[in-house]
Ligand binder design. Structure first.
Ligand code: NDP
Ligand code: GDR
Length: 328
């Protein structure tokens, strides 16, 4: 029997890679898509991966429980991946209520739709290393206490605990992946790795001179989105639902990540990077470093792409894109 998966956030970075992975495993893939006045561009990531015409997209919104109920009833999925969110930390200070409505309450909406319309389905919640925030332990594992430092992280914490609560209250097969930063050529251009790879490509092609950044001393544990969506799928193949940290176990400053990108294009970072206080955050997460030993032992998960290789892939993809479509 063909397995059916329902993804929220299918038009985002992880949604696109997860759709590709599930299709390669023979799944029927359905995705929730928001109504937009400029139809035709929102599935660009699915098109980039060559899977746009292989998935079924259904109109809905995480803020609208009635649409989610209708979709879950119609699709009858065996697996549900809740990836949709207002996912940009910096925006969450400017839009805290929207962030709470989507990134927090949206999870409860999705869990309710699942509990009512597909209680046997396995459920994945996209939790985040941002929940650790103000760091309490040098390496963060499933046992590390949380201390969120942004409206985004506070909302994610609600999403995380409501998922645990639905598992414990209603017996849902609901798992939460506490994923550390993961990137790719499909990363939104507002996030720092892609902002850097895009700027490096523009500078290389003579279309820009400088790159304005905020706190380049911040440290992140960066992996590749392709590896991380595999961990999501692995979690839902377990008999028992659980929570897992997914990370590489290596932390790097924004400065050093940047240096890798400029060096790959044969450019001198110091000549182009300008520090701009506009990109500093009201409260910062200074360092993240994940301990994924549980995922390694229980799921057999291992990251396959290192930071250098990933950043090089992102810079090459941006150079290629900008050379092909000069105005984009
Ligand atoms: P993206 O920002 O690339 O994608 C977010 C997705 O959510 C998009 O498809 C977007 O749709 C959708 N969305 C936003 N608001 C709504 C809404 N109201 N109703 C329905 N859909 C909506 O995020 P990523 O792919 O990077 O991340 C996936 C998930 O994992 C997110 O929940 C994120 O917070 C979380 N996460 C990400 C990490 C990372 O490093 N990438 C690490 C840890 C957690 P549209 O295209 O219409 O905007
Ligand atoms: P993050 O990712 O906030 O960790 O959240 P982001 O790439 O935005 O920031 C990483 C670090 O870089 C510093 N930084 C800058 N960031 C951006 N975006 N732009 C800049 O110009 C800049 N200069 C310095 C930031 O201050 C920060 O310390 C991501 C998202 O995908 C979340 O959804 C996810 O939950 C977490 O990763 C894990």
């Amino acid at each position: 029997m063909t397995r059916r998966a329902l993804l929220t956030g299918i038009t985002g970075q992880d949604g696109a890679y997860l759709a590709q992975l599930l299709l390669s495993k023979g799944y029927e893939v359905c995705g929730v898509i928001r109504r937009s006045s400029h139809r035709g561009v929102e599935d660009h990531r699915l098109r980039w991966l060559g899977v746009a015409d292989k998935v079924r997209l259904i109109d809905g919104d995480l803020a609208d429980l009635s649409s989610l109920l209708r979709i879950v009833q119609e699709v009858e999925p065996q697996e549900i991946y809740n990836l949709a969110a207002q996912s940009f930390v910096a925006s969450s200070w400017r839009q805290p209520i929207l962030t709470a409505n989507i990134t927090a309450v949206g999870v409860a909406n999705m869990l309710e739709a699942t509990r009512i319309a597909a209680p046997q389905a396995r459920f994945y919640q996209a939790s985040s290393s941002e929940m650790f925030g103000l760091i309490q332990e040098p390496m963060q594992s499933e046992k590390t206490p949380f201390y969120p430092r942004s409206p985004y992280a506070v909302a994610k914490l609600y999403g995380h605990w409501i998922t645990v609560n639905y598992r414990e209250s209603f017996g849902l097969h609901a798992s939460s992946g506490i994923l550390f930063n993961h990137e790719s050529p499909l990363r939104g251009v507002e996030f720092v790795t892609r902002k850097v790879s895009d700027a490096v490509a523009r500078i290389k092609l003579g279309k820009a001179k400088e790159l304005r950044l905020g706190n380049i001393d911040a440290k992140r544990d960066w992996g590749h989105a392709r590896d991380y969506v595999r961990a999501m799928w692995m979690m839902l193949q377990q008999e028992t639902p659980d929570d897992y940290v997914v990370a590489t176990g290596r932390t790097t400053t924004v400065r050093d990540m940047c240096r890798i990108a400029f060096a790959h294009a044969g450019l001198d970072m110091e000549a182009h990077v300008v520090i701009d206080p506009a990109f500093y955050r009201p409260a910062e997460v200074d360092i993240l470093l994940g301990d994924a030993s549980k995922a390694r032992a229980a799921l057999g998960w291992e990251p396959q792409t290192g930071l250098e290789e990933m950043i090089r892939e992102m810079v090459d993809a941006d150079i290629e894109r900008l050379s092909r479509a000069p105005e984009s």
